[in-house]
Design a protein around this ligand. Sequence first.
Ligand code: LMR
Length: 395
Amino acid sequence: MFSELMAPPADPILGLSIKFKADENPNKIDLGPGIYKDEAGNTPVLACVKTAEKLRVDNETTKTYLGSAGSSLFNDKIADLLLGEHDIIKQNRIRTVSTPGGTGALRLAGEFLKTCKAGATIWVSNPTWANHQGVFTAAGLTVKTYPYYDYENKCLDFAAMTEALKQVPAGDAVLLHACCHNPSGMDLNNEQWQQVAELAKEKGFMPVIDIAYQGFGNGLDEDAYGLRLMANTVDELIVCSSCSKNFGLYRERIGGCSIIGKDAASADIIGAVLNRVVRVLYSMPPAHGAAIVETILSSEELSAQWHAELKEMRDRINGTRQLLVEKLAEKGVTQDFSFITRQNGMFSFLGIDQAQVTRLQDEFSIYVVDSSRINVAGISQSNVDYLTESLAKIL
Ligand code: LMR
């Protein structure tokens, strides 16, 4: 039976890490997977996480099962983080389950949609995170795309996006990136969110909001603007969140799948269905990451420390965007790269072609995703000269 198997192609994002590790060039630069790095190129454990972990080790009294939804304290804290002080919470209309990372939340959302409607279709932006298609297809959904990024003008193609969304049949799902669009870094502004929310209500499509970078764009509340607006506008909504980046908990695999129903009674049914879907998928989520997050969010002191650490990461990324654009000009690159400073979060496209991406890797040991997506957080004062000199050579 196994002799029929064919090895799949390397993952377009994670596959780069393997190549990077094997590269012996001392100047090599990893701009592949979306992992935050500090000026020294490290991804340290946040200080608030270290403290929360110590508290957990000291105070944990049992390792017994938590149940399919995971920790209810974590789930409540995540709902608060996503929605802020919102009537939906007071009305008891949201149900959250802890998931193995943001990817787990997306897969669960896909399985949930399939339970609601066999053969459901989900529309994702073109381009989108390289794993969206695979996750939703594996959940049995049909995946279609709507236009999003204008590669030529390096901005959002909002007219084409809304034209396409107007054609989405009622009952189909539409995946929207809450902030820090992966891979383009190009986000909707508040006015555009308003229009998309009105379209969702008018056309009856089901918004699925992927919020994997809350706090990396403009701030925790600012980055949830579109999501909260959507929650105010439509009756039903799915939100997939991740604590990988903003809490730096990558390998702990902790995220949340939050579903809003039209009233408390339908939210109860949603919660029961979600639990059932989890039970047959992986039974229950890991507990450690959730315990860290709920400890931080339950403590004023640790929350304040987390906000400060998150701001530090955000500010470094924004500063690096500026630095990259300045250094490119300094190295004599004449093309306009100022769009990089208008984009948010970890990612932007360099806008170079496949042959140039390959040259960067083969000749300079600089690793970017084939689409020319870079992880801006991989750039630092110590590698920016080598990076921009190399780019100047291939441009
Ligand atoms: C990315 O887009 O690089 C990250 O979300 C990591 C991943 O799992 O692909």
